[in-house]
Design a protein around this ligand. Structure first.
Ligand code: KE4
Length: 430
């Protein structure tokens, strides 16, 4: 089964660490070998052995229109005839910046970069420059890319592999990073009081995707907003996942809380590499060449990537887009809940809009500690049982599933049927 993927994985491991270009793709969290993908179209991907899957990874979030979406294909084919990169400003970069500023009222100026990691790395440098402070407060289980300062008790692939804090990050660097439990305002207050006047920023996933989906408790984001202001720290919303996912204006529109700095990625590139960070003019004027805080990138604002991002954001302005995404995801989650209940499998499914995670635990999942009560072995068996039935969930308990505009009710109902069988085939770990 999957002979070509297996052979490619053996070959890949000879020239690429772990055979993958990003750890979470390696199936370490679920066992077995990764499938190599040949193509995608709409809600489906096909592997190198010609096996099709309904895809709920969606490239970890960017493909909200689905694979090979027509508007993105058209934009790319038009741009590629004009060239791919100039290392000089282009009109579409201005259009994308204006689009982001219009969608996020807290963002008056924005700088395009090439990844979510670059966005968060640049945002914390800017926060440190703006406040003159050095410490950063983050949350256990949140992941903000592989920035030294933020690889402390991180989620996503770090959680999947159960890695201790990452070797190679100098102790001095990690010492400037405080990490407290998500959804715990008392812990935030205490950390700020113990480090009074030293915290440059609070950085948070406003809805966590990287320990699996964990929504903010009522008042949590509003509390962070208040505490950051009281302590002279900037509030950084890492909206690399939630930006244009939860609403056209991201989590800030969804929850009505404004950040000082916003990090974006994934959807704004439409499947090509784009990240961004932005905030009000007073903060952003510090960024070179307007100000002294240096940040640069050969391919920042790349014309091809920007054209794919613009085509995607344009499609998201369509009528009823977020209502449709929400309805599809709600149907799927309801179906999964009842399928699990019928076979008596304890699952907690957290959903916000079109992102969700089924945690294999009987404990409500509100932070990293409770997320880690999940039976990851049982999730792995569920994952493979779904895979055998042509459904591709994230190869890790600590990641989010995404529904796209390309998913149909038929896809959702087939997935629920597959899940009914998969729950039966996923006994609890001993
Ligand atoms: P990138 O550098 O991978 O573009 O973005 C880093 C990042 C920043 N902030 C949030 C909230 C993120 O979720 C991410 C990246 N997400 C992971 C999966 N949850 C990307 C998948 C991977 O690492 O291969």
């Amino acid at each position: 089964m999957r002979k070509r993927s297996k052979a490619l994985f053996v070959r890949a491991q000879r020239s690429i660490p772990g055979g993958v270009n990003s750890p979470v793709r390696a199936f370490r969290g679920v066992g077995g070998d990764p499938i190599f993908i040949r193509a995608g179209r709409g809600s489906r991907i096909v592997d190198e052995d010609g096996v099709p899957y309904i895809d709920f990874v969606c490239s970890w979030g960017p493909l909200i229109l689905g694979h090979a979406a027509k508007p993105v294909q058209k934009a790319l084919s038009q741009q590629i005839r004009r060239g791919t990169s100039f290392g000089a400003p282009t009109e579409n970069e201005v259009v994308l910046a204006e689009t982001i500023c219009h969608a996020f009222p807290s963002v008056e100026k924005v700088r395009l970069v090439n990844s979510g990691t670059e966005a968060t790395m640049s945002a914390i440098r800017l926060a440190r420059a703006f406040t003159g402070q050095h410490k950063i407060l983050k949350f256990d289980g949140c992941y903000h890319g592989h920035v030294d300062a933020l690889l402390v008790r991180a989620g996503s692939g770090v959680a999947t592999m159960g890695l201790p804090d990452c070797p190679g990050v100098p102790p001095g660097e990690a010492a400037r990073t405080l990490s407290v439990p998500y959804n715990d305002l008392d812990a935030v207050q205490q950390a700020l009081n113990l480090n009074r006047g030293e915290v440059a920023a609070i950085v948070v996933e406003p809805v966590v995707g990287n320990m699996g989906v964990v929504p903010p408790a009522r008042g949590f984001l509003q509390g962070l907003r208040r505490l950051a202001r009281e302590h002279g720290a900037l509030l950084i919303f890492d909206e690399v996942i939630t930006g244009f996912r939860l609403a056209y204006g991201g989590a800030q529109a969804y929850f009505g809380v404004r950040a000082d700095l916003t990090c974006l990625g994934k959807i704004i590139g439409g499947g090509l590499p784009v990240g961004a960070y932005g905030g009000n003019k007073e903060i952003m004027r510090l960024i070179a060449p307007e100000g002294p805080v240096y940040q640069a990138g050969t391919l920042s604002g790349n014309p091809l990537a920007v054209s794919a991002g613009l085509a995607t954001l344009k499609a998201l302005k369509g009528p009823g887009v977020y209502k449709k995404l929400d309805a599809l995801a709600a149907r799927l989650v309801e179906g999964l809940r009842s399928a699990a209940a019928v076979v008596g499998v304890p699952v907690q499914i957290n959903r916000v809009g079109s992102m969700f995670t089924a945690f294999f635990t009987g404990t409500p999942v509100t932070n990293y500690e409770t997320a880690k009560t999940s039976d990851t072995g049982r999730y792995a068996r569920f994952f493979h049982a779904l895979l055998e039935r042509g459904v591709y969930f994230p190869p890790s308990q600590f990641e989010a599933c995404f529904v796209s505009l390309a998913h149909t009710v038929k896809d959702i109902d087939s997935t629920i049927r597959a899940a009914r069988e998969a729950f039966k085939e996923a006994p609890a770990s001993a």
